[in-house]
Every structure is written in C-alpha cells, then in structure tokens.
Design a protein around this ligand. Structure first.
Ligand code: CA
Length: 225
C-alpha cells in the first residue's frame, strides 16, 4: 500500500515510516496539515494516517476538506487522550477509524489494514427533484445554477422532504425529525420555517416544489400544471 502519514512530531513520523516500510508499504511523510492536504489531493494514496493536532490546519480540517472534495481515501486518525472527545466529530467529518496515542504498532497496522480493505466509502447519493439538488455529504443545496444557503433547521427540513420526495410528510414527522420527539414546537413554527425554506428554494423562476397538503403536512414535488 501507498500510505500518506501526516504527523508533525518528527520522531513519531519516522517511527511510523520505518515500521510501515518494514511491513512492505511505501510511505510519504507530511509534517503539517497544509502539506498533507496538498499531497492527498494530488496523489492517490491507499490510506492516510492523519494526526489530529497539527500546526496550521488540524487533522479534522484536513479530513473535512478531503471529503468535501470527494476524496474518499481511507483515513485513520491519531489522537491524544485529551482530544478523544472530539473524535465523534472526526468520524462525522469522514475519518474511518481512530487510534489514541500511545498505541502499539501492531494495532496501528491492523487498523490500517482494516480501513483500507473497506476501500473507498461509497459516495452518498445526491438527492434531486427537478432542478433542485441536495448533497448530504457536503450539505450543498442548489437550484439550477443557484447555490442556496440554508440554516441548520431549514436544511434539515428540506433534506427530509427531499428524501421522501413525491410522498406527503406529515407535520408531526417533520417536527419530530427536526426538533426532537418531546419538543414543544408547534405547527405555526413549522409553517414559519417552511415559509423560509420556500422563499430560498422557490425563487422567482421554476415550478413550485414544496406543496402544502392541507390538514396533513408537506410534500416535495413539482406543482401539477
Ligand atoms: Ca501532532
């Protein structure tokens, strides 16, 4: 395997390089996040060992930027014990697995083998209704050529409607999915947010896509002519 190791601690980096080469892998070292990102973007590695704490761009940002650029190279993150709480975020951003320092080299080799065997993670499908698209991986929303900027709540509502496009989504389902099961959000709050999403999504041109189904909920589909 060709492995990119992004680690600023020189001794650690050298140990990883030596150990992985003894295992038969070829290793490229990067000493900071910026270099690591540039190398990962320009060369197809089989796996990336990525330290979290790096000068300049940290490991989380490197992982996020790679995934946003649709780079699906398996990533094994290295984290110190005091940043382990952040690893949930790391995994959400696209890391495939992580190891807490200090770790044994055998464990690293085994985990690296496991993440690379999984291979590139399939790209989440972009949701599309007419000329409206939503990419769950990057959270990019566009209508035609126009990029749409949504708040967190607006995005959640639209994603749910798009995942169930063509079907009526009951009000309770929308409220439950976006605000939680025991929230005291009321119907008029939902309506207010739907109005905001509509203003951004519909614009002046194109058919109306978010339909109100009276007494039931909302449905994303092209308006019947
Ligand atoms: Ca470090």
């Amino acid at each position: 395997m060709q492995v990119l190791v992004v680690e600023d601690e020189r001794r650690m980096a050298e140990l990883l390089k030596q150990g992985l080469e003894e295992e038969g892998h070829s290793v490229v070292l990067a000493g900071n996040g910026r270099d690591g990102l540039a190398m990962a973007e320009t060369h197809p590695f089989d796996a990336i060992v990525l330290d979290v704490m790096l000068p300049g761009i940290d490991g989380f940002s490197v992982a996020r930027k790679l995934r946003a650029a649709r780079n699906q190279t398996p990533i094994l993150m290295l984290t110190a014990r005091d940043t382990i709480g952040d690893m949930v975020e790391g995994l959400n951003l696209g890391a495939d697995d992580y190891l807490v320092k200090p770790f044994s080299f055998e464990v690293l080799v085994a985990r690296l083998r496991a993440v690379s065997r999984r291979g590139p993670i399939p790209q989440p499908v972009t949701l599309r209704v007419e000329d409206l698209t939503l990419n769950p991986a990057t959270r990019d929303v566009t209508r035609g050529d126009r990029r749409i900027s949504l708040t967190r709540t607006e995005y959640s509502l639209l994603e749910l409607l798009m995942r169930r496009a063509g079907r009526v989504v009951p009000r309770e389902s929308l409220i439950e999915a976006v605000w939680g099961f025991d929230s005291d959000v009321r119907n008029n709050t939902l309506d207010a947010f739907i109005r905001l999403v509509r203003e951004k999504v519909e614009g002046a041109a194109g058919p109306k896509l978010i339909q109100t189904v009276r007494g039931v909920g909302y449905c994303l589909r092209k308006e019947e002519a």
